[in-house]
Design a protein around this ligand. Sequence first.
Ligand code: UDX
Length: 473
Amino acid sequence: MKISVIGAGYVGLTTAACLAEIGHHVRCADNDEGKLNLLRSGKMPFFEPHLDEIVHRNIIAGRLQFEIPENAVVGAEAIFICVGTPPLENGEADLCAVANVARTIAQRATGNCLVIEKSTVPVQTAQKLKRQLQQYAGKGLQCTLASNPEFLREGSAIQDSFHPERIVVGVETEEAEARLREIYAPILEQTFKCPVHTSCTHAQKPAWIVTDTNSSELIKHASNSFLAMKISFINMVADLCEAVGADVTKVALGMGMDPRIGSAFLNPGIGFGGFCFPKDVQAFVRIATKAGCDFSLLKEVENINKRRIEHFVEKVRQELWVLRDRKIALLGLAFKPNTDDVRFAPALELIRVLVREGAVVSAYDPQATEKAKAVLPGIRYCSSPYEAAEEAEAIMIATEWEEFRDLDWDHMKQIIARPLVVDGRNMFKPAEMTARGIHYISIGKLPAFSVDDGLSNSSTSIASPGELQAVLK
Ligand code: UDX
C-alpha cells in the first residue's frame, strides 16, 4: 500500500521503517529539511537499536523515501500522523503540529485516503481533525479518520512494532478497519521475517482491538497513566521499606506474582522520565478536569514522582553531609537504558540539584552524552565510567545501562576517593557490593553490612532500624 508517515521523530521514523520492512511503499515526511537530508544520507537523528539497519535496507529496496509533507501526502492511500504533541505550560498537549498536518492533508492529499492519528492526543481529537479535514478538503479528496495509538517503548521500539501485544484501532467505518487490517496484516498474522529476530522475546499474534475513536484515544492515555501509577506506587512502597526495614525487591516480587497485579513496572528508582509518561500523566489530568472529573489520584502520581530526586539526593547527603565542592560521579544520563533520549530524564534533574548545592559533577553515559551536553552544559562529561569516577567521593547511578553491571569494582576502588555507591536503579545485590568492599546504598532496602559490622549481610536477614542506627553511630 502507498503510505505516508508525517513526522520523522521516534514514533514516525520507527513506524515508517517498520511499515516499509513489511512491504509497504512509505514516504516519511518532516518539515525539517536538515533532518530529511540526514536521513537520506543514511544517518539517524537519534539512537534506537536496529533502526538504522532497517532504514538503510528499505531505502536501498526503494520502499522508503524522505520528503516534505506537502509532497509526501499526494497519492497516499493511508497517512499516519506522527508529529509531536509537546506539553503546553498548563500541561495540555500542544496540538498545533497536528492541526498543521491536517491542513496539509486537506489541501494536498488526493483520492480515497485513510488518515490515521498515531500521535498521542487528547480524547475527541479525531473528531476535531475530521471536522478540520472536511472544512479544508480540496476537490476529489475523500478522507476517513482513524485513531491507532502507538505503544512502543524507546530502546525496544523495533521489537515492539513487529511484535506488539495489541493493535488498537479506533474507527468509524468498516472500510477504515479493513484498510488498517490490510496495513497490519503481516504483523497480525506474523507472516513476515522478523529482522531483529534474535533479540525478540515473544512473537505471538497480537490482539486486534476495534473501538470508536474516543475510546481508542483514551486507551493510550489511560495505559501510560496506569503504568506511571504503578511506578509511583512502588516508589512509595520503597520509601516505606526503608523506614521499617523491609526489602522492596522482595515485596515487589511477592506482589507481582499475582497475575492481577503483574511484575512489570514495579521497579523502584529515582522516578519515571522520558517524553511520554510525565507529559501523558499531566495531559490526562487536564483532559479529566476539562471533562468535569477530578483525577486527583494521578496528581499524586506526579507529586510522588517529583519528590524522587530529593529523596535520592538526601541519601548522598546523609553520607557526605555538605555537598559543596564534593566530587560526585554520575553514571547514566538517558531517561532509561538503550536510548540517547534525555528529555525529562531524572538524571538531568539530579545534576541540577547537585550543582545547585555546589557539588562537582562528572557524568558518563554510553549514548546520551551529546544530547545531555546540549541542554546541560557546565559539568564535566566523561568518556568512560572510570574517568567519571576518578577521585569521586560518591558514585551515583541514575540509569541502569547493562554495561554498568560489568564494572570492574576492584579498579574503581583504586581510583575513587571513597568507596560509596548510591544506586538509584537497584542494579546490584547489596550483599555482593558489601563483599567487594563498597558501601552500597540503594532504593527501598537497608544497606547491607559486612560481618565485621556485626550485622548479617545475607539478603534474607535484614537489620532492624534500631540495630542499624546503632551501627551507623
Ligand atoms: C512509554 C510506554 O511504555 C509506551 O508504551 C508508550 O508508547 C510511550 O511511553 P517509554 O517512554 O519509552 O515508553 O519508556 P518506558 O520503558 O515505559 O519507561 C518510562 C520511565 O519509567 C523510564 O524513566 C523508566 O526508567 C521508568 N520506569 C519504568 C521505572 O522507574 N520503573 C519501572 O518499573 C519501569
